[in-house]
Every structure is written in C-alpha cells, then in structure tokens.
Design a protein around this ligand. Structure first.
Ligand SMILES: CC(C)(COP(=O)(O)OP(=O)(O)OC[C@H]1O[C@@H](n2cnc3c(N)ncnc32)[C@H](O)[C@@H]1OP(=O)(O)O)[C@@H](O)C(=O)NCCC(=O)NCCS
Length: 324
C-alpha cells in the first residue's frame, strides 16, 4: 500500500469588478480586436481597492473546504502560491491560516509566478506521500493588477486577479493508475531567462515593488516549447499517450499558447479547459480557477485523468497528472 494525494474538493473566487477590453481601450492605445486576436482575452476581474491577495485566497479556500466537506481546523498544511503577497512578510498563507480557523500544522507561501500552483501542488503531494501530513490546502491567489504598469499596453491588457484552491487528502491505496490522486508531478526552472519576464524593484532591489516587465514574443516562444516538453515528460513517465488524458487544464496565459501546445501534442482543443477569454492571465490562480469551473459544471468527473501544466517567469514550468 502507498499514500496518494487525492483531490477531495476545489473552489475559486473572482473579484466583483469586471473590466472589458473596451474599457482598457479608453486608457491605453489598444482595441478589443487587437487583444482578442493576439491573446483570446475579452475581459478580466480586478480586485477592489483594499482587497488583498489574502482576501481572495481565503474566499477560494472556504469554498474548497466546503466542497470537500471539512473545516479549516482539519488542514495540516496550507500553501499559498503567489507572486503578489499582501506583504514582504509574513507569508500570505499565515493570514489565510488564521482566517480559516487552522490552528495547527504549517502555512507558507511559495513563489514560482505562473507555475506557482503546480509547484505548490507538488510540494503538498510530497508531504502527503511521505506521511508527514494527512490533509493539505493548496491555493493559487494573485492580485496582478497591483504590479501592472497601466500605461504599458503590451502588458496591462493580459492579466487579471483571482484565486483558486484545492484540498488534498491522503488516500491509502495499491498505487495503480486507477487509484485516485496525484500520479506524478514534474518541476523545472531555468534562471538564465530572468530578463524576459520579471517585476522591477522589490525589497532587496529597491524600496518599492515595481511593475511587471515582459518580452512577450520571446516568452511566447519558450512557453510553447517548454509546455510541450513537460507534457511529453508526464505522459512518458506514466506510460500514457495523449488519447489517455480526459482533460488538460493548462495555465491560462494566451489562447494561442494553449492552441499551439494542443496542436504540438495532438490533443483536441475540446479536451482543453479554456478560461483565458474571461479571466485573462491570473498567474498562480489560473489553473485552480479553470479546474474548479470544469469540476463544478460537470465536465471533469470523478475517476477521469486530468493533466495540469504551466509555465511562468524564472522561467519555471511543470506538470501534474491527477486521477480525479
Ligand atoms: C504579448 C503578446 C500577446 C503579443 O503578441 P505578439 O503577436 O507577439 O505581438 P508583438 O509583441 O509582436 O507586437 C505586435 C505589435 O502590436 C503592438 N502592441 C503591443 N501591445 C498592444 C496592444 N495592447 N494593443 C495594440 N497594439 C499592441 C506592438 O507595439 C507591436 O507593434 P510594432 O509592430 O509596431 O512594434 C504575445 O507575445 C504573448 O502572449 N506572449 C506571451 C505572454 C505570456 O503569456 N506571458 C505570461 C507567461 S506566464
């Protein structure tokens, strides 16, 4: 018998304020047509003034706990993946811990930008597989609107705010591919591409956090290559082919990246969960937001095989294969 991390509930939260492309076109030299054609994005949600990443994270966490049918006090490990924490310290995760009524165990943040949720899931999975914790809450939460240069049309049209969360619980099983839980995770990073996607400023580089800077075309090129590679790696490690996968839930950065990856791997687009047109790129929140949507509307069913994949600043990239 082995321990596997079973996903027993998920939940998400989007801020109330919806911002359309047309509204952005009033502020910067852009158009709905350009944004839709280049990225697939039609709208995004933006946190209210004073609404912090921990607020979004707590709302998503409470919904995930409700879906799992457990209370916050049952959680042994809480990880928040975010590149937009409330403060430099303490970790946003500790604020969420307090607010969901979790009084034991450990809570910390991890930072891998848009790959953050996959990184956090992988860490939680290893804690569960080693027997160190029984129940983990993994959250991706971001307020990228706070780090966007709203005068830079090449970046400000692409991102949005939001949060998503999943609850994992140890499932003692035989360890066959049919047993529910996380079958594999694969993580990668390559620090040489720092300058293609970063935020200037920050505690050790300047007094204040700056703005997101991106060489979009270069990031795009690396994303399609790295994502195809990491999906291929997950399939090979599990002795599977693309046709064995019921759903792919990709990081939602750009519809063209999702389509490019699907084409490269021979996945029909109908089996990719796509939310980028409504959520834009919510960084670490994008996968759990999309996953929650597809679980809630009944597309993703218990027992199905779901592949999660992401790529982000660093660069970082990774995958997780889950038997739901
Ligand atoms: C950003 C991105 C949408 C741009 O699309 P693109 O086809 O590469 O477009 P380019 O950057 O080559 O820009 C083409 C032109 O549109 C212009 N442009 C850029 N943003 C614009 C906007 N919002 N509205 C109108 N025109 C815009 C550029 O200035 C450029 O004009 P020029 O040719 O006169 O210099 C695309 O590169 C992308 O999605 N990259 C990946 C980004 C990403 O996913 N990042 C997160 C990873 S986690």
């Amino acid at each position: 018998m082995i321990l596997r991390s079973q996903l027993i509930g998920c939940g998400s939260y989007l801020p109330a304020r919806l911002v359309t492309n047309a509204e952005l076109a009033e502020k910067v030299e852009t158009s709905d047509e350009w944004i839709v054609e280049r990225s697939g994005i039609r709208q995004r949600f933006i946190a209210a003034e004073g609404e912090k990443t921990s607020d979004l994270a707590t709302a998503a966490a409470n919904r995930a706990l409700e879906a799992a049918g457990i209370s916050g006090s049952a959680v042994d490990l809480l990880i928040v993946a975010t590149a937009t924490p409330d403060h430099t310290f303490p970790a946003t995760a500790t604020r969420v811990q307090h607010r969901i009524g979790m009084k034991h165990g450990a809570a910390f943040d991890i930072q891998a930008v848009c790959s953050g949720f996959i990184y956090a899931l992988s860490i939680a999975d290893n804690f569960i597989k080693s027997g160190q914790v029984q129940t983990a809450l993994v959250i991706g939460a971001e307020t990228f609107s706070r780090i966007l240069d709203w005068k830079d049309r090449t970046t400000c049209v692409l991102f949005g705010d939001g949060a998503g969360a999943v609850v994992l619980r140890a499932n003692r099983c035989k360890g066959t591919s049919q047993d529910r839980g996380i079958l594999s995770t694969h993580l990668h990073s390559d620090g040489q591409h720092h300058d293609l996607l970063y935020v200037d400023g920050g505690p050790s580089s300047g007094q204040t956090v700056g703005f997101l800077r991106m060489e979009g075309r270069e990031v795009f090129r690396h994303a399609v290559i790295n994502l195809a590679a990491v999906v291929g790696e997950a399939l090979a490690a599990n002795d599977l082919s693309a046709s064995d996968i019921d759903w792919v839930v990709p990081h939602q950065a750009n519809r063209r990246i999702i389509e490019g990856t699907a084409k490269k791997l021979g996945f029909p687009l109908e089996r990719m969960v796509v939310t980028v047109e409504r959520h834009a790129n919510t960084s670490a929140a994008s996968i759990p937001l999309a996953l929650t949507e597809a679980v809630t509307d009944g597309r993703i069913k218990p027992g199905q095989l779901v592949l999660l994949e992401a790529m982000g600043g660093g660069f970082t990239w990774g995958s997780a294969l889950v038997r739901m």
